[in-house]
Design a protein around this ligand. Sequence first.
Ligand SMILES: C[S@@+](CC[C@H](N)C(=O)[O-])C[C@H]1O[C@@H](n2cnc3c(N)ncnc32)[C@H](O)[C@@H]1O
Length: 222
Amino acid sequence: MKTKLTKRLRILCGEIPVCDIFADVGCDHGYCTQYTLEHGLCRKAYISDISAKSLQKAETLLAPYIAEGRVESVCCAGLEKIPREAEAVMIAGMGGEEIISILKNGFLPQKLLLQPMQNVPKVRAFLLENGYAILRDFTFQDGKYYDVLFAERGGAGRKYDARSIEFGYDNLHSPSEDFRLKVEEDITKCRARLERAGKPVPAVEERLRVLAEIRDEIARGV
Ligand SMILES: C[S@@+](CC[C@H](N)C(=O)[O-])C[C@H]1O[C@@H](n2cnc3c(N)ncnc32)[C@H](O)[C@@H]1O
């Protein structure tokens, strides 16, 4: 059955690397694993979810692949039952803190595709501190704004400064229209917060200053 993916899932699937064993942690529906198999991106895949009910959806979708042994389904928290030979691990749609905790309590796979819902700078910092090179790092819009990170252990990485950790390397170095819009929206939110406060709020003023700088750099094509 052909699945019609949402824009968010299309973008995520477009970042899945070619690999031997793929694992989708917190797979829910299983659409990303279906895409991976249909596009010949992996030899074998693991689907996992902490919720048996969610995992059931993926098991139903991927039943023919499970029958032929190309997909194994494991109900567990994080990476608990995912074998370490899983070369590429995807964790999407969870909070950044949760993703970091899954990696700390599990293992550090060779390739990671992450889509944290919050605390994205913390995830970038964690990856860099743990020997990953972040090779893709951008914001996109699909109703709301999402961030996607693709990282590989070892190898030459791009140089992340404090600003790249905060806003995302590709957003700053090759800004998309989606990121430009997000910066504009964040500027409006900061201004509204300051207006509501009716007094100086240094943290918000500093955020506004940095955002305005980024907006101006994007406008100048710097
Ligand atoms: C919002 S859904 C995202 C589903 C899919 N990854 C996506 O991006 O469309 C989050 C899924 O992660 C599962 N989940 C949450 N915490 C988890 C954990 N610690 N380990 C494994 N699965 C988890 C939930 O049960 C849920 O199915």
